[in-house]
Design a protein around this ligand. Structure first.
Ligand SMILES: Nc1ncnc2c1ncn2[C@@H]1O[C@H](COP(=O)(O)OP(=O)(O)O)[C@@H](O)[C@H]1O
Ligand SMILES: Cc1ncc(COP(=O)(O)O)c(N)n1
Length: 276
């Protein structure tokens, strides 16, 4: 018997430490049973404590990767992560348009969990004008939502105001993620679609090992969309997957450590790890 899988293309940066970026995306997509393809926008020299260097791909070479992917195994959804320059954003937008890409999830990655900047000055405006119009979902965290909306966020009402402002820049849904600060016991995310606010609730898991949560969430959302879920279902399922990966208790590295992307399969694997 032969078979095919639904495929998700991740257009994002490589994280040498394996917890975020392209590496998180591939692990997530494959763990959820889909087929991962990639277009690498940059290499980062990074670990759980910070980013030591960034080596950007050229816009032409990102486009060449996209063309190669779309010409053969056509992706059912596309996730966009770290894009560090305006020229890269423009090349990606042009590629998405000419291939008629569907189910585009844009994660407007600006700063790594460790605090290092991943986006150049002025790139935010190009991201908004070029990529947001093509998105089915955009997924800013609190800091990114503040930068995109100009609303300073310290409450759930502020998250709603920011989402409303951002939604003026995209035909897609806006998911403002609640992983940072607003509530000490909850990690509730706000999904803003066509003028409606819906809270996707989550209990805050007590851990500092959150490197790659946003990358993991956005690629899991892309998986749901690739499988034909509506946006709400895709977000609910993705949030459940991230919560499991955080709650698993993986503890590695000296800073904000990675999640366990294979948490749901761990019992079936021969390698079960050892106590940290
Ligand atoms: N400590 C936590 N417990 C439970 N869920 C979390 C926690 N931290 C983040 N999340 C969830 O992970 C996802 C990514 O959120 P966030 O960490 O805000 O994004 P980013 O990685 O882009 O900063 C969201 O669904 C958020 O609610
Ligand atoms: C290459 C790359 N892309 C994205 C992130 C953001 O990670 P997070 O999901 O923790 O916000 C990262 N640290 N490195």
């Amino acid at each position: 018997m032969t078979y095919a899988l639904k495929s998700v293309l991740s257009i994002a940066g490589s994280d040498s430490s394996g917890g975020a970026g392209i590496q998180a995306d591939i692990k997530t997509i494959e763990a959820l049973g889909l087929f991962a393809q990639t277009a690498v926008t940059a290499l980062t020299a990074q670990n759980t404590t910070g980013v030591a260097g960034v080596f950007e791909s050229t816009p032409e070479f990102v486009r060449a990767q996209m063309d190669a992917v779309f010409a053969d195994i056509r992706p059912d959804a596309v996730k966009i992560g770290m894009v560090s320059s305006g020229d890269l954003v423009r090349a990606i937008a042009s590629g998405l348009r000419s291939h008629g890409a569907k189910n585009v999830v844009v994660d407007p990655v600006m700063v790594a969990t460790s605090g290092s900047a991943l986006m150049g000055e002025g790139v935010k405006d190009v991201l908004v004008s070029e990529l947001f119009p093509l998105a089915r979902v955009v997924t800013p965290n609190i800091l990114e939502a503040e930068a995109l909306s100009g609303v300073s966020i310290s409450s759930k009402a502020d998250m709603e105001r920011a989402a409303q402002a951002i939604s003026a820049t995209t035909p897609g849904a806006v998911l403002v993620k609640g992983g940072h600060d607003v509530d000490a016991t909850r990690a509730d995310d706000l999904l803003y679609t066509e003028g409606n606010c819906m809270w996707i609730s989550g209990v805050r898991i007590e851990t500092s090992n959150t490197h790659g949560t946003g990358c993991t969430l956005s690629s899991a959302i892309a998986c749901g969309l690739a499988e034909g879920c509506d946006v709400e279902d895709a977000v609910v399922r993705a949030k459940r997957y991230v919560a499991g990966a955080l709650a698993a208790g993986l503890d590695m590295g000296q800073g904000c450590g990675p999640l366990d992307h294979l948490w749901a399969l761990r019992g079936a694997l021969e390698t079960r790890g050892s106590e940290a």
